[in-house]
Structures are given as structure tokens and as C-alpha cells.
Ligand binder design. Structure first.
Ligand code: ADP
Ligand code: ASP
Ligand code: MG
Length: 436
């Protein structure tokens, strides 16, 4: 069971989480995020330190410390609980104050970012102890590891997690941190923003869990982005493929990589609402449940690269040469379209864009469009579903489309548009595809 930031962000929510995790006596691992807002605050603290703005960093730390002091006085009742929590806050805030005096580095920044999940789990554990709920706190930094390419390996996690669990063979309830991990250099690292979902799915895969429940602040995966579109509804069932595409193409409810471990180890995933536990939520499993368009998602920050050749460079071997450049810079390509004289690809990581352009230039003219958005229409067998393409293009008639990707998989059509058209496109698709 994984609980996100809002699900643990208030003392009364933590009370509610304790009820949800003790509703039956099946053994379970509970993965917690940081309290809502904390990771953003830690990012700000890190940014202030990176720009050597120590006074601002100090102020931000003090503000966060006060927030936690208030939080524990509302969360806990007993003298011993409050004392334990006081010691936890002292330990973690002392660490933050100490690093104000050390020179900043990226690895130190990752230590800063890890404080949120360490705090939430320790405070929740004290709350459980106060309420005589038997459990063990498992340190994620002892079992959640990533390799030299920042990839988690379920096999390695499985072995280390089993060792941790063995130390508490008398327990049935385990609490651990989402998001944080240790990298191949042994440093504290993380699974990127929103990574607690990924932690949960990796753990579920590693222990071969019967289910991986993602408890959040909404009643499941909706058919469109509820932050942008007014009328949306929860989807009852998605296949792993559909959910993976939605997560990857921007549905914030799931971390982009969080589906593959569950899919690979065939652990069903349930998206559930902490604020409304009886709501059905969304089941993600092998079967899609139904055919046709299920949902629309959007992913920002996309750069499109077009390589155009006056000669017939699309002869055999051309695409390989283009792809090799991206491989060399470990930059993955999301969309691709080709014509006789040009190829367009999109990337979401332009850290190495300059070098990539330089290496592509010998192949032809290179054009770059930044600040684009991929809008993905996801469903089961949509490529074979009648009328989908007609409805789609009728719906977005006023929108200029830079690229279209269709037929790559049977459950996705993707469009590349300028970011400025995103909200309008999502709304038009809601009307045209779902009649909302
Ligand atoms: P948590 O802190 O529990 O991980 P997140 O904020 O990461 O929660 O994810 C839940 C949020 O994702 C929802 O409140 C909603 O605003 C947003 N969201 C974006 N797209 C979707 C979608 N297609 N379905 C449901 N929620 C979505
Ligand atoms: N606390 C982390 C974040 O805000 C991880 C998560 O919430 O999933 O990104
Ligand atoms: Mg999240």
C-alpha cells in the first residue's frame, strides 16, 4: 500500500491511513511519500544553497521546521510520543542546518531531498507505536538501489529486501520510505519526482505481492487531466500497457516508470482514494476490460528535432546513424515520424541537445522546436476501433499539429503540439472523444 503526499499531509490523514492499513490483518508493506509540499520545500532549500543564498535557505529550513513542530503536536498525544518525535525532528533539522555550513554539491542536494520521506515514515511509526499498532520500520536506503545507469533492478532489491524482512520475522506490518534509494556509488539518491509510486511497484514486484495499492487524492485514473479539464471521470479498468502509456505520457497520478515492475511480475495495481476509501478506483491488470479510447494525457517539455536532407539520405542505414547519436548521449526518443527526405524525433531531456545537434548536422539541416507537448490518446485496440481517427481529427480541427504517431502500438495515438495549445486540445478531445 502506497500513500502519497496528500494522504499523509495532515495529522488527521495519518490517523486515517493507520485505519486503512489495519483494516485487515494480511501482512503488508506500506510505502509513504513525504508530507505534501515538503519535497517542493526541500527543492527550494537545495536551490537556495546551490546559488549560495544561505540566508534564504536558513529561512526556508526554519519555516519547514515550524511546520513539522505544529504537525507533531497535532499528530501525537502522549509525552513519550512527543519526545520521540522531538528527537526525530532535531536529528533531521540539525542535518539541514549543518549542511548550510558545508559547500554545496549535487550529492548533498540528494541528501536534502531525502529528508521528506525519512521524516514522514519516522513520525508515522511513532504514531503507530503510540496506538499500540505492531509494526517495523524498514530503511529503504538498505534495499532500494539503482545501478550505474540509475535503473532499479528488481532482482537486487528482492535479495536486500528479503534480508531486511528476515530481521523482523515476527511482524506483519512494515513501513518504508518511497522515492529514496541508494545509487551505485553508495550515495543517497532518488527515483525522481513522484517516485514513491515507482518504489511501491518495485517492492510489490520484489515480494511478489498479491496487489499493489496506490492510495492518492483522487478516485483512480481519470479519462483526462482533471487539473485542466472540468468534467472527467474515473476509469474502472486499464491494461498494464494502457496504464504505462498514460503514466509515461503525463498522467501525474502515476510516476512514468511505475508500471513496468508490476507488469513484468504480473502484480495487479489498484489506484484508490484515501479521502474516499469505498470508491471503486481503477484496476490495472493484464486485461484491458474494454475496447476503445480510455483516456487522454499530456506531457510537456518536449523538444522536436527534424533532420532534413537534400539528398536521399533515408536510404538504408540513415535512421541507424541518427539513432546512434541519441544512444551515445543516453537520450531516449518518444515519438518518431519519417518522410522521404526527413526524420523528426522528440526528446524530453535536452541536457545534451547541443552535442546532439552538432553530431546530427553532417546528415543535413537540423531544425529544433522547443516547448512542445505530446498529447496521447490511449485505449485498447484503438488502431482497430472504427471512427477513432476521424473523431480525433474532427475534434482538434483548429489545432496545428507538428507530428502524429499512429500504429506504433495498438493502444496509443500521439500528437505533438505547441505547449500553448495544450489546454485547448485536452478540452476539445474531452468533447470530441468522450462527449463531455
Ligand atoms: P500523490 O501525492 O498521492 O502521489 P499526485 O499529486 O502525484 O498524488 O497524483 C494525483 C494527482 O494527479 C491528482 O490529484 C490529479 O490532479 C493528477 N492527475 C493528472 N492526470 C490525472 C489523471 N488522468 N487521472 C487522475 N489524476 C490525474
Ligand atoms: N515526495 C516525492 C515527490 O514529491 C516523491 C513522491 O511524492 O512520490 O516527488
Ligand atoms: Mg505522486
Amino acid at each position: 500500500m502506497k500513500f502519497g503526499g496528500t494522504s499523509v499531509g495532515k495529522p488527521e490523514r495519518m490517523h486515517q491511513v493507520s485505519q486503512l492499513i489495519t483494516a485487515d490483518d494480511e501482512s503488508k508493506i506500506v510505502v509513504l511519500s513525504a508530507l505534501s509540499g515538503t519535497t517542493n520545500n526541500l527543492v527550494e532549500i537545495g536551490n537556495a544553497m546551490a546559488t549560495n543564498n544561505k540566508a534564504e535557505a536558513k529561512q526556508l529550513i526554519e519555516k519547514l521546521e515550524n511546520h513539522y513542530k505544529d504537525f507533531v503536536t497535532q499528530l501525537l498525544k502522549t509525552e513519550s510520543g512527543l519526545q520521540s518525535a522531538g528527537r526525530v525532528l532535531q536529528e533531521h533539522f540539525e542535518f539541514l542546518y549543518i549542511i548550510l555550513r558545508i559547500s554545496f554539491s549535487e550529492s548533498l542536494n540528494r541528501d536534502i531531498l531525502a529528508q521528506g520521506e525519512l521524516l514522514s515514515t519516522k513520525l508515522f511509526s511513532i504514531y503507530l507505536t503510540e496506538n499500540n499498532i505492531d509494526h517495523a520500520l524498514l530503511p529503504a536506503l538498505e534495499f532500494m538501489t539503482i545501478d550505474a545507469y540509475d535503473e532499479p533492478q528488481v532482482g537486487a532489491i528482492k535479495v536486500k529486501l528479503a534480508q531486511q524482512l528476515k530481521q523482523h520475522s515476527d511482524k506483519k506490518l512494515f513501513i518504508t520510505q518511497g522515492y529514496i534509494c541508494r545509487n551505485a556509488r553508495g550515495e543517497v539518491d532518488n527515483l525522481k519526482r513522484g517516485g514513491s509510486d515507482y518504489s511501491a511497484s518495485l517492492i510489490a514486484a520484489a515480494i511478489n505481492a498479491s496487489v499493489c495499492e496506490i492510495w492518492t487524492d483522487i478516485d483512480g485514473m481519470h479519462n483526462n487531466d482533471p487539473r485542466i479539464v472540468n468534467k472527467t471521470f474515473a476509469i474502472e479498468q486499464l491494461s498494464f500497457e494502457e496504464a504505462a502509456e498514460l503514466a509515461y505520457f503525463g498522467a501525474k497520478i502515476l510516476h512514468p516508470a511505475s508500471i513496468w515492475p508490476a507488469q513484468f511480475y504480473n502484480v495487479p495495481v489498484r489506484l484508490l482514494n484515501t479521502m474516499e476509501p469505498s470508491a471503486k478506483g481503477t484496476l490495472i491488470a493484464e486485461k484491458a476490460g474494454s475496447v476503445g479510447v480510455k483516456a487522454v494525457a499530456a506531457k510537456d517539455g518536449i523538444t522536436a528535432i527534424r533532420v532534413k536532407s537534400s539528398r536521399m539520405l533515408l536510404a538504408y542505414g540513415f535512421l541507424r546513424k541518427v539513432f546512434e547519436v541519441f544512444e551515445k548521449y543516453r537520450t531516449s526518443i518518444d515519438m518518431i515520424t519519417t518522410s522521404e527526405v526527413a526524420v523528426s524525433v522528440t526528446i524530453d531531456n535536452d541536457v545534451n541537445l547541443k552535442e546532439i545537434i552538432k553530431e546530427l548536422e553532417p546528415f543535413g539541416t537540423v531544425e529544433i522546436d522547443t516547448n512542445h507537448t505530446i498529447v496521447s490518446i490511449v485505449g485498447n485496440e484503438i488502431a482497430e476501433t472504427k471512427d477513432v481517427m476521424k473523431k480525433l481529427f474532427d475534434a482538434i480541427e483548429p489545432i496545428p499539429v507538428r507530428m502524429v504517431s499512429y500504429g506504433g502500438s495498438r493502444h496509443n495515438v500521439s500528437l505533438l503540439i505547441n505547449r500553448s495549445y495544450k489546454d485547448q486540445t485536452l478540452q476539445l478531445l474531452n468533447a470530441g472523444l468522450f462527449g463531455l
